[in-house]
Design a protein around this ligand. Structure first.
Ligand code: SF4
Length: 80
């Protein structure tokens, strides 16, 4: 089958369900794709790998991959 004849990819039902769940979580967390002043995910206590531009947030209300420049209301400083 030629590439042009292949059906266009479309989101499946599971993708729409995942999106709804994530949207609800984003709203609860006030999760934004940009920093809030100096507060950002990659200088937050819950950001697992501060050397990476994308990492796992282990806050019990988040638990997804987040971008280093993102922010949410549960930001906490990294303790010494
Ligand atoms: S708690 Fe919020 S600010 Fe901190 S890493 Fe997770 S999503 Fe980012």
């Amino acid at each position: 089958m030629a590439y042009e004849d292949m059906p266009k990819p479309e989101p499946k039902e599971v993708d729409e369900k995942n999106w709804m769940v994530l949207q609800q979580m984003m709203e609860r967390a006030v999760l934004k794709g940009e920093p809030y002043q100096d507060e950002r995910c990659d200088n937050c206590l819950y950001y697992l790998d501060t050397t990476s531009s994308i990492s796992y947030c282990w806050h019990q209300q988040i638990r997804i991959l987040v971008g280093g420049a993102w922010w949410c209301q549960w930001w906490e400083p990294i303790e010494d």
